[in-house]
Write a protein that binds this ligand. Structure first.
Ligand SMILES: [Zn+2]
Length: 155
């Protein structure tokens, strides 16, 4: 009996060692995304549209907590990484973890920019610029409509 309990505890160990296991990819068809996203969320996340500047819910949002992808729930940014850029969209100088987003070259609109996408659901989030503050010098310029704010527990 005792050996059995020890053995099952040992089986649990590898899973407990993972702080946060890698999230499985979220893949949905266009029609499925239309059902779960608002028309504006769909246009931005799935069709790479941009919300109008200074209209987003989180542009000047300052509460402590984290910002998750509205489409799949993956944590993308924290309030500690947010700064006031004045550009009209929420801006962050870093991501919650490097593997949370993917970066792609975007040559649309006659410019070369770096597109930021959610690594979990492949949703378009915004663009990355190199005019951010220290310590990274980076500015992740993200559409509010792609984010959902989760207040820090107890706040
Ligand atoms: Zn996502």
């Amino acid at each position: 009996m005792k050996t059995k309990i020890v053995a099952s505890l040992l089986c649990l160990l590898p899973t407990m060692a993972w702080a946060e296991p890698p999230r499985p990819k979220v893949v949905k068809s266009d029609a499925e995304w239309r059902k779960v996203l608002s028309p504006q969320q769909y246009d931005v996340l799935r069709k790479s549209a941009t919300e109008r500047p200074f209209t987003g819910e989180y542009t000047d949002h300052k509460q402590a907590g984290s910002y998750v992808c509205v489409a799949c729930g993956s944590e993308l940014f924290t309030s500690d990484q947010k700064f006031h850029s004045g550009c009209g969209w929420p801006a962050f100088f870093a991501v919650a973890a490097k593997d949370k987003v993917i970066l792609l070259v975007d040559n649309s609109l006659g410019m070369q920019r770096t597109e930021v996408r959610c690594a979990t659901c492949d949703g378009h989030l915004g663009h990355l610029f190199d005019d951010g503050p220290k310590p990274t010098g980076q500015r992740y310029c993200i559409n509010s409509v792609c984010l959902r704010f989760k207040p820090k527990a107890g706040k």
